[in-house]
Design a protein around this ligand. Structure first.
Ligand code: MGD
Ligand code: MGD
Ligand code: MO
Length: 783
């Protein structure tokens, strides 16, 4: 490699335990980088406390009444990012080199680092700049553009999962009163396969465990999840499980270091002695998307072991009583397992038979098993089938609906589950719409709306012209980047309700607004009274959150205020009933009144205000947890799924042979989705750069290249469109052959819009067929 080809970053394997002193040092560095004022650091101590705010970092639950500060490195980074003292003011947008065109040249990392937005801005096409606008004029512009549409379905209302229940409930009510069910949501790109896959088989699209179950589990199977980075507080739970002697297995093409050893920063003993706890004892590394075959293999092996036990008159391994009393279609499922060929399962899983049998052995020996999963399972073409296969496996031994056992999808955004619960749903049920009609006296739209991918396609066709985003970074989080950019630019109006400048504000429609909002860490005063908002975590606990910091700017409005004022400007307001008669001003004046409304629409929220007054909040009913099954048969259902062998990837491989690689796009340790905090991925040994591709050493050799070489990437799809991302450095890594990994969002341009999970519409961000070509180090050295 010549001198000028030298990348800025460095690759060095991580040899320490996860968290520990490393995490503490990084928190301190993060605070300095963000120039967090002392008061903001005080706010950290209020994070996830009964009277503090809910951590905006992730949806992992908190132990109720936690008496010590729940320490989490990445939660601290999320708080620091919000508590930063940097500001994006009107002067920022007026600076000579800050036209929209020029700002677009900055990286996502640079945009984020300008800090918090301070006042509403409107796009001025004459100067190609954002210029100040009053809140009233901003809302009037939204109303005008919405009224100008021929059909309410020409508007789409996006939600990112940080919005509170109160904001999300008003948002869906506004959009439905206006006349559409177009609710693209970040969960469409996230756990949608869980939300669509579980209801037919167990009757609810949510996890069936609570934190208490972790205290009783004998085995925890972690599928496609990187908790050390994305749900660090989960490691505390896993550490306790490991110390008790529970078996922890990671099923992941990458042997994520953070699951090997963990030094708990909250356990002083470990911190002082440099000790750590071993977490996972078995690492199974399927090839990308191999989980369906792997799970089917484990189920088949379990069935074989049970057959043998039956023959010998030994203790049976299937929970026959549970299967008989609580499930349907077991016979069809068992027949399909018996008919499946081992060589197909082994080849498609990419896991040797001996390891499949080992996993089946652990599963069979463990009385109580919890299965957790993340994006490694959901962002695939066959995600729904995979999740149903996981449910099958759990049902075989009655591992759903009893203490210490169950299904545990681990959600991402801190309130993504709550937003869905309170009505952000593009496919609403008739019962829910009937209820809205009864309570509010208007007829909501009945036909289903667009999810994320359908929204982009509709924009392309000129069928969606107004885009409103309640949080998030739609332009960057979504697939097929150039197409998505063009789609957004074809809109008449784009509105971003955000806390920090991001690319979605710069890739805008003919008219565009930036509506800056309070973050969850900030005090939200309405009529002089501090308001709390509520959120639901990944285990269906609902609790209240009060901000502690002074607002980043006196001009910021809360999400509730922005949504309700947009609604009022568009529909008018009244005393309580009908499309144009809803009492938006009263609601935003007192959020307890919004909770009363949520209670009127959802029975599960009875006594909402009283129940959140209890520290830790309350648990929403998840029927399968109590072995009540709201399915077609009234029982838990086994689902038969073939292991698909004719797929876009297998077809691409037929065409290109072993040079065809399958790429996953994943998160580094120093990012929050599209927000890039810094350029390190400590546990994977990458420092100061992001443009890397993790690849097996033998695949590097197969390509005739060397580690450290630069490559360009093209994806293989059958629509004739060239999709490429250029300038990535090859890093030899412990990953199955034929599979590669790179970071999101740099690689989103490679994901074809049409490549989605069957039955869920989730972009297949973890299985993109790609080819690598010799390339060059990009400007900036691979940052
Ligand atoms: N600090 C931080 N915290 C976050 C986020 C963040 O960006 N930063 N994002 C939040 C959000 S919205 C979400 S959804 C969650 C995401 O949290 P995760 O679900 O952990 O998401 P990813 O980082 O995408 O990592 C997915 C894991 O799946 C593995 N994997 C990929 N493909 C496969 C496969 O085919 N099979 C199996 N078995 N494994 C596979 C990858 O190697 C990786 O370890 O985290 C939330 N928390
Ligand atoms: N290739 C690929 N693509 C993916 C994924 C992947 O693994 N690979 N993961 C997918 C997943 S799981 C998800 S969830 C999506 C994430 O998609 P989004 O939720 O749309 O993206 P985020 O990056 O989380 O949004 C960050 C922005 O939210 C704004 N924000 C932050 N806090 C607040 C707040 O309190 N209120 C408001 N109103 N705004 C706020 C800030 O301005 C910030 O720029 O991306 C998806 N895209
Ligand atoms: Mo997510």
């Amino acid at each position: 490699m010549s001198k000028q080809d030298k990348p800025i970053g460095k690759i060095a394997p991580y040899t320490h335990a996860a968290a520990g002193w490393g995490a503490l040092r990084h928190v301190a560095q993060g605070m300095l980088r963000e120039r967090v004022p002392p008061a903001g650091i005080g706010a950290l101590l209020a994070q996830n406390q009964p009277d503090g705010f809910d951590c905006p970092g992730c949806a992992w639950p908190d132990r109720a009444h936690a008496s010590t500060f729940e320490f989490c490195e990445n939660g601290a980074k999320a708080v620091a990012a919000e508590a930063t003292s940097r500001r994006v003011t009107a002067a920022f947008f007026a600076a000579p080199d800050h036209t929209v065109t020029e700002l677009l040249r900055q990286s996502d990392h640079e945009l984020e680092h300008h800090g918090r937005l301070t006042q509403p801005m409107v796009y001025d096409p004459a100067s190609d700049r954002y210029v100040p606008v009053s809140w009233d004029d901003a809302f009037a512009l939204v109303a005008r553009e919405l009224h100008a549409l021929d059909d309410p379905d020409q508007a789409a209302f996006y939600t990112s999962g940080r919005a509170s229940n109160e904001a999300a409930f008003l948002y869906q009510l506004f959009a439905r009163a206006y006349g559409t069910n177009n609710f693209p949501d970040c969960s469409n790109m996230c756990h949608e396969a869980t939300s669509r896959g579980l209801p037919p088989v167990v009757g609810a699209g949510k996890g069936t465990v609570t934190l208490d179950d972790f205290e009783h589990a004998d085995a925890i199977l972690i599928f496609g999840q990187n908790p050390a980075t994305n749900h660090p507080r989960m490691l505390g739970e896993l550490r306790a499980c490991a110390k008790r002697g529970a078996t922890i297995v990671s099923i992941n093409p990458l042997r994520e270091r953070g699951l090997e050893r963990f030094a708990d920063p909250q356990a002083m003993g470990e911190m002082l002695t440099g000790g750590s706890t071993h977490i996972a004892t078995l690492f199974i590394q399927p090839r990308l998307g191999g989980d369906l075959a792997l799970l089917k293999g484990v189920a088949k092996r379990l069935l074989e072991m049970d057959d043998a036990a039956a023959l010998e008159g030994a203790h049976r391994l299937l929970d026959l009583d549970f299967i008989a009393a609580h499930t349907a279609f077991f016979d069809a499922f068992a027949a399909d397992l018996r008919g499946e060929a081992w060589d197909v399962l082994v080849a498609e899983a990419g896991v040797p038979y001996a390891q499949i049998a080992q996993l089946a052995g652990i599963y069979a020996r463990s009385e109580r098993v919890i299965a957790t999963w993340g994006m490694g399972i959901t962002q695939h073409k066959h995600a729904v089938a995979t999740i149903q296969m996981l449910s099958n496996l759990m049902l075989m031994r009655g591992n759903i609906g009893r203490p210490g056992a169950g299904l545990c999808p681990v959600r991402g955004h801190s309130n993504v589950q709550g937003d869905r619960t309170v009505g952000i749903e593009e496919q609403p049920t008739a019962a829910f719409l009937d209820r809205l009609r009864r309570v509010y006296g208007f007829e909501p739209p009945r036909h289903h709306g667009h999810d994320v991918v359908a929204t982009i396609a509709a924009m392309e066709q000129g069928k969606v012209k107004v885009f409103i985003g309640l949080g998030g970074n739609f332009a960057v989080a979504t697939p097929d980047t150039p197409r998505t950019f063009a789609a957004l630019r074809s809109c008449a109006l784009t509105v971003q309700i955000i806390t920090k400048l991001n690319r979605s504000a710069l890739v805008h429609g003919r008219a565009a607004l930036i509506l800056p909002t309070l973050g969850r860490t900030e005090i939200d005063l309405q009529q002089g009274v501090a308001q709390g908002v509520t959120v639901e975590d990944s285990m269906s606990m609902v609790h209240v959150s009060y901000g502690r910091n002074a607002p980043a700017s006196p001009e910021l409005l809360s999400e509730v205020a922005i949504v309700s004022r947009m609604a009022e400007a568009t529909l008018g307001a009244g005393e309580g009933q009908g499309r144009d008669g809803l009492p938006w001003p009263a609601w935003r004046g007192d959020y307890a009144l919004i909770r009363d409304e949520i209670e009127k629409v959802f029975d599960d929220f009875h006594d909402y205000n009283q129940r959140i007054a209890v520290p830790g909040g309350f648990h929403l009913t998840v029927a399968p947890r109590h072995r009540t099954w709201h399915t077609a048969s009234g029982k838990a259902q086994f689902a038969v799924h073939a292991v698909p062998r004719d797929t876009p990837i297998s077809r691409a491989r037929q065409q290109h042979g072993e040079r065809l690689l399958v790429m996953m796009t994943t998160r580094s340790h120093d990012q929050y989705n599209t927000t890039i905090y810094a350029l390190d991925d400590r546990y994977r040994g990458v420092f100061g750069m992001r443009r890397v591709i993790f690849i097996h050493a033998d695949d590097i050799a197969m390509l005739g290249m060397r580690a450290g070489d630069w490559v360009d990437v093209k994806s293989v799809w059958d629509d004739g469109v060239e999709r490429r991302a250029d300038g990535f450095m090859l890093v030899a890594y412990d990953i199955p052959r034929g599979c590669v990994a790179a970071y999101y969002p740099e690689t989103n341009a490679l994901v074809p819009l049409a490549s989605v999970a069957d039955g869920a519409g989730t972009p297949t961000s973890k299985s993109i067929p790609v080819l690598l070509f010799p390339g060059r180090m990009p400007e900036g050295g691979g940052r």
